[in-house]
Design a protein around this ligand. Structure first.
Ligand SMILES: Cc1ncc(COP(=O)(O)O)c(C=O)c1O
Length: 390
């Protein structure tokens, strides 16, 4: 087919590095996989039951483009309770089809052609794609292991140009497991304000931090008005397949988002919205004990995988959030990609090459510990064998 028949903007968009790697690993069965970016736990039963209950009650019709008010109210209460941020549920919260739709809406509602967005490198793959779809220009903001993969004030200041309009902050981080503390975020605030930037804060892993509390940049003085906060249920509540999340922003921005969604997705599925109301409101009655249970299990695996990698001579930056670890494989003489291919082809272990998340990930691989400790142990045994056989 002639390329003229296609959107040039989309033709120019690269395929996601993770997808390409998934296609390769689908060619084999019974692989020891450290690839998957979703909880291995079941969605808590009380949430599944609420969803079934909503269907039985006939809550199966359209909702407003804003979703049901109970959803927005539950999210507002939850964000206040957990992170001390207060949003007006009437016009500052939009339920979305996963955090993924929130990312798309955030860029499309704010970018004009040619506007630049700083995206930490390495980071989650979707930002660059969604920026391109919104006719913006993504600019790398390299982060380094020596800085614990955090955005520093110095590197941020250096990367800003007169065209910079937005900054993506995605902490806890996929793929590095880095977090940013309140003090570290505070150092960025004067620069963000001075250059009049909007921050897209993707905080989908906010519930998954280990030994430290998550701070939302939206909770810092002067930041709520210039932050688009993205979060959801996929990771904390193990609800990836329910495809539900939310975006919070000032009402000028949310109104633009609603205009987009009137002609695209309309709203997330109605029974799922009701299930989320139960997840947040009933979950709060025991301080989200099911979330705490999963967090403790991830933490156990995190400590196990860090220790094992250290012992086998592949020490990694110690993750403090999400469920990934990002060891450098440079000392093996292989790039992250070649290391991952060799591990897959010869040792039957799958992990994602770090360059899928940006140029800064070239010498790294991402291992997910959202899988049982027994499976992690088997995969690590195989990697250890690979290292010893050279
Ligand atoms: C940082 C980050 N943001 C957003 C998403 C997408 O989340 P959802 O499944 O809710 O669309 C992911 C999924 O892996 C992620 O890692």
């Amino acid at each position: 087919m002639s390329k003229d028949l296609l959107s040039q903007n989309i033709v120019e968009m690269p395929q996601s590095g993770i997808r390409k790697f998934f296609d390769i690993i689908m060619t084999k069965k019974d692989v020891l996989s450290l690839v998957i970016g979703e909880p291995d736990f079941q969605t808590p039963m009380y949430i599944r039951q609420a969803c079934i209950g909503a269907i039985i009650d006939g809550k199966t019709h359209y909702t407003s483009n804003w979703g049901i008010p109970e959803f927005r109210k539950a999210v507002a209460d939850y964000l206040e309770y957990r992170f001390g941020i207060s949003y007006n549920y009437e016009n500052e919260i939009v339920p979305t089809i996963g955090a993924s739709e929130a990312i798309d809406l955030a860029f499309r509602s704010t970018l004009n052609p040619g506007d630049e967005v700083l995206v930490p490198d390495p980071s989650f793959v979707s930002y660059n794609m969604c920026i391109k779809m919104a006719y913006g220009v993504s600019k790398r903001l390299p982060t380094y292991e020596k800085d614990s993969f955090k955005v520093t004030a110095e590197n941020l200041e250096k990367a800003i140009t007169p065209k910079t309009k937005m900054l993506v902050l995605s902490y806890p981080s996929n793929p590095t497991g880095a977090i940013m503390t309140k003090e570290e975020l505070m150092k960025l605030v004067p620069i963000i304000v001075k250059h009049d930037l909007i921050v897209i804060a993707d905080e989908i892993y906010a519930e998954l931090t280990y030994g430290c509390e998550h701070t939302s940049i939206a909770a810092l003085p002067g930041m709520k008005e210039r932050t688009i906060l993205i979060s959801g249920f996929s990771k904390a509540f193990a609800m990836t397949g329910m495809r539900i999340g939310y975006v919070c922003a000032n009402k000028e921005i949310t109104f633009q988002m609603i205009k987009i969604r009137q002609s695209t997705t309309v709203a997330p599925a109605t029974p799922i919205q009701y299930a989320c109301v139960t997840a947040l409101n009933d979950g709060r009655k025991d301080d989200y004990s099911e979330v705490s249970y999963m967090r403790e299990k991830y933490d156990e695996r995190r400590r196990y995988i860090s220790e094992r990698l250290k012992k086998m001579g592949l020490p990694a930056f110690e993750p403090q959030g999400a469920f990934y670890i990002f060891p450098s494989v440079q000392k093996t003489g292989l790039s992250g990609y070649d290391f991952a291919i060799k591990a897959f082809e010869k040792y039957n272990v799958a992990m994602v090459p770090g360059n899928a998340f940006g140029v800064s990930g070239e010498n790294y691989v991402r291992m997910s510990y959202a899988t049982s400790i027994e499976k992690i142990a088997q995969a690590l045994d195989a990697i250890e064998k690979m290292l010893s056989e050279g």
